[in-house]
Design a protein around this ligand. Structure first.
Ligand SMILES: [Zn+2]
Length: 453
């Protein structure tokens, strides 16, 4: 039981390497099962050098780039249909300091007895299809042979996934650049009857950061934004991706107009351009017009319709100049009415928030892409029930975000067969996403997979 021993060691003592051997499992088995281990050892030198830095070796090791065989053991592995196979696992020794490392092929994940294919299916059921732990466990039991599989087992699987690595690190290790334009939103959720908030930051539908908050005020948003920025900075600097200015700062952030979150962004990123979601802006106008109509029962349907069109025309303005012209005309016509004049003042105060997106070709004037991704999260939250405990929420959210970005779109979807990360320009190198995720826990995918792979 090597995994038990490993988990009791401090983190920097976790001496496991993850190596990609090829598209077929046979690619690994042929190498690993051969009586002569020279070919296997040749193959692993480069991927091991790419992921085993000095901190993984014994203190003072100066020769961290050569590894020799240190025995083999058998390990059971279970597939989606319950089949159990035995796989040989190598251990290797550093020629410099003698530290011993376990070498896992990328279809095996640390501390899990299921293979990567099985895990990707279970996690998709649970996290991207909105199934409860109970449903997921039941479906797995129907298809497989594992008798002890329970809702609690699914829950601990989600926790394991959520603790693998922050979703921002995954995206950077897959080769994506930190996003210049982000969406930021907060949603209500309930834990044990208490209201909490889920704070998410995305690039379109692609989730970069998740965190739960006790309150939706400026003091709570600020550290959450800092955590997002520093997750990106830490990993980017490790990869030397952010020269010559070492600090990542998004250019724009689109929010729903909640003032505390806008203030928090401005205080954490002084150069940021705030954008406000135009759909949310329209909703507020509709509420104002409804109130206005109630105060003015003499208005005909046509007159009300005209009024709606004029406000709609304002939002369709192609420039900030056009916006302020249209606003002035509205003000001339309706500025005397207390209800409408109040709304018009807000629209004037927010003229840049509603039009600045025109200055950035990739900025989004809407939060809808983030809402699309959160659709399944909302459902998921309903099903967590008693399993929720505050200290587990962030891992659960991170697990959901990893799956949201990596799961493959279904065959009838517009982006069939692709993952969101690929839509946003990452290459999974034709590696199944669970294996790619596994590799990203130890380093950059492009450093770990040969160019021809
Ligand atoms: Zn060493």
């Amino acid at each position: 039981m090597e995994t038990v021993v490993e988990s009791s060691k401090p983190k920097n003592q976790q001496r496991t390497a993850i190596v990609y051997f090829g598209q077929e499992r046979e690619d690994y088995l042929c190498l690993a099962a051969a009586a002569d281990s020279r070919e296997f050892l040749n193959y692993i030198q480069k991927p091991l050098q790419a992921q085993l830095g000095a901190e993984k070796h014994r203190v003072g090791c100066t020769e961290i780039s050569r590894y020799t065989g240190h025995g083999k053991r058998e390990r059971y592995l279970q597939g989606w249909l319950g089949e159990r196979v035995t796989v040989p696992i190598y251990r290797v020794r550093c020629c410099g300091c003698g530290a011993v490392f376990t070498v896992l092929p990328s279809f095996i994940l640390r501390y899990r007895r299921q293979d990567s294919d099985c895990l990707s299916k279970l996690l998709t059921l649970s996290l991207s299809m909105g199934l409860s732990q109970r449903h997921t466990a039941t479906i797995y039991t129907w298809s497989g042979l594992e008798r002890s599989w329970t809702p609690g087992g699914v829950w601990s699987l989600l926790q394991w996934l959520g603790n693998l690595l922050p979703v921002a690190w995954l995206l950077l290790r897959l080769g994506l650049m930190p996003p210049a334009h982000v969406l930021s939103d907060e949603k209500f959720a309930a834990v044990s009857g208490e209201r909490i908030y889920l704070f998410l930051i995305s690039q379109g539908e692609l989730i970069w950061s998740t965190e739960w908050l006790k309150q939706a005020n400026e003091a709570a948003f600020e550290p959450a934004i800092t955590n997002f920025l520093s997750a990106i900075n830490t990993e980017s600097q490790r990869q030397e991706q952010l020269p010559p200015t070492p600090n990542y700062q998004p250019q724009t952030v689109t929010t729903d107009g909640w003032k505390p979150v806008q203030n928090a962004w401005q205080s954490q990123v002084s150069s940021i351009n705030l954008l406000e979601c135009r759909w949310h802006g329209r909703q507020r106008i509709d509420r104002t017009l409804k109130e206005y109509a109630q105060q003015h029962p003499e208005l005909t349907k046509e007159e009300l319709q005209q009024l709606k069109q004029k406000f709609g025309h304002l939002f369709a303005a192609p420039s900030v100049t056009a916006y302020s012209q249209r606003l002035r005309r509205l003000h001339e016509a309706y500025g005397d009415d207390p209800i409408l004049s109040k709304r018009l003042t807000i629209l004037k105060d927010k003229q840049f928030l509603f039009t600045d997106y025109l200055n950035f070709c990739n900025a989004s004037p809407f939060l809808a892409p983030l809402d699309r991704s959160m659709r399944f999260l909302d459902e998921k939250l309903q099903t967590f029930g008693q399993f929720w405990a505050q200290e587990k929420i962030n891992a659960t959210l991170n697990a959901w975000a990893l799956i949201n970005n990596l799961r493959t779109f279904l065959p009838d979807a517009k982006r069939a067969g692709q993952s969101l990360v690929e839509v946003f320009g990452a290459s999974l190198k034709r590696i199944p996403w669970m294996e790619a995720l596994n590799l990203c826990t130890v380093g950059r995918l492009s450093d770990l997979v040969p160019a021809s792979g």
